[in-house]
Ligand binder design. Structure first.
Ligand SMILES: Nc1ncnc2c1ncn2[C@@H]1O[C@H](COP(=O)(O)OP(=O)(O)OP(=O)(O)O)[C@@H](O)[C@H]1O
Length: 236
């Protein structure tokens, strides 16, 4: 008599709407082999949740943010985005995972191409993903939502202030409507009123699209006011 066969059971696919936006499990990462910057760090951001990550300078917050943004491959540990385990980082990450995370860095001048106008800077992710036909629909409203309009959009980075350029970088991070936004010291170089305007723009977008947020910074007062929850680094 033949042996009864058991069908392998497949784990149900995670529901991206309810799975955590970000799971970092037991992450070890660094730059020079042998001296990790992060060791066994875990952090979860639920779908739609906003988490502030605080810690002293040099403790590895930006490194963790870069791992979460798929820009830096960890030496060990698991990264999941909306329940999907990440197996490739940087250009090896599948496009749909890469585009599910938007990132804003501290220094807009290092993050923006000096040859592009602010309009082209904001639209860059749509062009890069072959969706340039969506630019007219998305760009004007998004630019207005971050406080950019009129001739500012036709200027290049050297013709605008740091705050105006950071507004464009925020719009660029939001234009693909990522499931998770990572702000790595986004407002550290900005004055109080520009900080308030950018935080308000992020929150308006989050309310409209259910975007989760990981905000990295030093300013406990700001992060406590801004986020659902604040985590002191190390988070493991
Ligand atoms: N590209 C790199 N190559 C080598 N070492 C690096 C690199 N980037 C960061 N480091 C080192 O890793 C450590 C953590 O840096 P990281 O930028 O993650 O810290 P941080 O907590 O974000 O600091 P800050 O708040 O000052 O931005 C530091 O000792 C830093 O010198």
């Amino acid at each position: 008599m033949p042996e009864p066969t058991t069908e392998p059971t497949l784990a149900p696919a995670p529901d991206p709407a309810s799975a955590p936006a970000l799971e970092l499990l037991d992450i070890t990462a660094g730059y020079d082999r042998g001296t990790p910057v992060l060791e066994g760090i875990s952090l979860t951001v639920a779908a739609g949740e906003s988490v502030g990550l605080l810690g002293p300078s040099g403790c590895g917050k930006s490194t963790l943010a870069r791992v979460a943004a798929l820009l830096h491959r960890p030496w060990a540990g698991t990264v999941r985005l909306a329940g999907r385990e990440v197996r490739g980082f940087r250009h090896r990450a599948p496009r749909e995972l890469r585009t599910s995370v938007g990132v804003v860095f501290q220094q807009p001048r290092l993050a923006a191409d000096p040859r592009l106008t602010l309009a082209d800077t904001i639209a860059e992710p749509l062009r890069a993903t072959g969706r340039r036909d969506e630019i007219p629909d998305r760009l004007p409203d998004l630019a207005a939502s971050v406080g950019l309009g009129g001739d500012l959009l036709t200027r290049r980075p050297h013709e605008v202030s740091d705050g105006q350029l950071q507004r464009a970088c925020l719009a660029r991070a939001l234009i693909l409507r990522p499931r998770l936004l990572i702000c790595d010291e986004m407002t550290a170089m900005l004055d109080a009123s520009t900080t308030a305007a950018l935080v308000a723009a992020v929150e308006d977008h989050r309310r409209a699209h259910g975007t989760a947020l990981l905000a990295v910074g030093h300013d406990r007062v700001l992060l406590k006011r801004w986020c659902d929850r604040v985590v002191d680094f190390p988070a493991g």
